[in-house]
Design a binder for this molecule. Structure first.
Ligand SMILES: C[S@@+](CC[C@H](N)C(=O)[O-])C[C@H]1O[C@@H](n2cnc3c(N)ncnc32)[C@H](O)[C@@H]1O
Length: 322
């Protein structure tokens, strides 16, 4: 892995035992910022997700040799901690059944709300296209909801064989009523276990739009999912990933607090799901951390492509190959 052209091996030995610091941070509640020689470590902890980022400053001479900070020009880089094992993001109270219940209640108004969100359908179409699946591919739309992401798949790959899976009966009912999706096989089931849900692969491509953040255990989900994708097959995660950038996090909270939560509550009579949306995005990975999580699950060629509009830097397509 490289960051700003610097390999993990090059900078890792310069970091003190950060895994130890991380443990200490949890146990002893160290300050959010810890300065050690030329490095500043920023610790960001959420209720169940701990992320470490190191802002590391050092010097490179014209010949490329490292120098003490005081004696040459400063090269600044934000280094994401590649050596850190991915931190599990598991909440036993966030069961698939509880999530299904929340989505059942908003299903009837879900499409209306999303169509008020500028760029929603366009960005789903981008993620579908970024899958670069074959014309007759077997494609899974995981956590398909009311089928907005499925519509993007069907429009991009009209001859593909498409399966949509979701845990919410209410969301699926809306999807099944859409004439454009009449050839799609919809399955009610849990993304945590495709085989038990009757949606086992193999698939040539998988789109997971706003799904991975919602499942009870994303790491286990990714590991199992990989087994249902053919070698060389691709997966695209269409997701809000804001942690790691103060600016994008601030924009996300401003949009969620001033538009998404009030509008969602007004339209559905229930604010809980929308407050959960804001909270779960804040607590879930940033782009780099999520890429690392996907790599840890055994995918390769993991990379991210951007969106436009207010979603730029906030919503992403993370693409990976089995
Ligand atoms: C925000 S919606 C996204 C729907 C659709 N992909 C779209 O782009 O509009 C998230 C969906 O994930 C589903 N979901 C959450 N956890 C799930 C799980 N464990 N298994 C299957 N579906 C799940 C919810 O029921 C909901 O329909």
């Amino acid at each position: 892995m490289t960051h700003n052209g610097i390999t993990a091996e090059e900078w890792t030995p310069k970091l003190p035992d950060s895994a130890g610091f991380l443990g200490a941070r949890c146990a002893l509640r160290l300050p959010h910022e810890y300065k050690h020689r030329h490095a500043t470590y920023r610790f960001d902890t959420c209720e169940r997700h701990v992320r470490v980022e190191a802002a590391y400053r050092w010097q490179v001479s014209p010949r490329g040799a490292s120098r003490p900070l005081e004696h040459s020009r400063t090269l600044r880089a934000v280094v994401y901690h590649a050596r850190m094992p991915t931190v599990p993001f598991v909440d036993p109270s966030r069961t698939s059944a509880a999530i299904a219940d929340e989505f059942d209640h908003v299903a009837a108004r879900y499409d209306l709300l999303q169509r008020l969100n500028p760029g929603y359908s366009k960005h789903l179409a981008w993620s579908a296209r970024r899958l670069r699946a074959g014309a007759r591919a077997r494609i899974l739309d995981l956590c398909c909801g009311t089928g907005l992401s499925t519509e993007a798949i069907v429009a991009t790959y009209p001859d593909a064989s498409v399966t949509g899976l979701d845990v919410s009966a209410g969301m699926l009912e809306v999807a099944r009523r859409k004439p454009a999706l009449r050839h799609v096989r919809f399955v009610q089931g849990d993304a945590m276990d495709l085989a038990a849900s009757g949606a086992a692969g193999p698939y040539d491509a998988v789109l997971m739009a706003y799904g991975i953040r919602n499942v009870p255990d994303p790491d286990t989900c990714l590991l199992r999912l990989r087994e249902h994708i053919v070698p060389g097959g691709r997966i695209a995660f269409h997701e809000y990933l804001v942690s790691g950038s103060l600016w994008h996090r601030a924009v996300w909270n401003a949009v969620a607090g001033s538009i998404i939560i009030p509008l969602g509550t007004l339209a559905t009579g229930r604010g809980e799901l929308f407050r959960y949306l804001r909270k779960s995005v804040n607590e879930f990975d940033g782009r780099r951390a999520f890429e690392a999580r996907v790599r840890t699950a055994g995918f390769h060629d993991v990379h991210t492509e951007p969106m436009s509009g207010w979603q730029r830097g906030i919503e992403h397509t993370v693409i990976a190959t089995r």
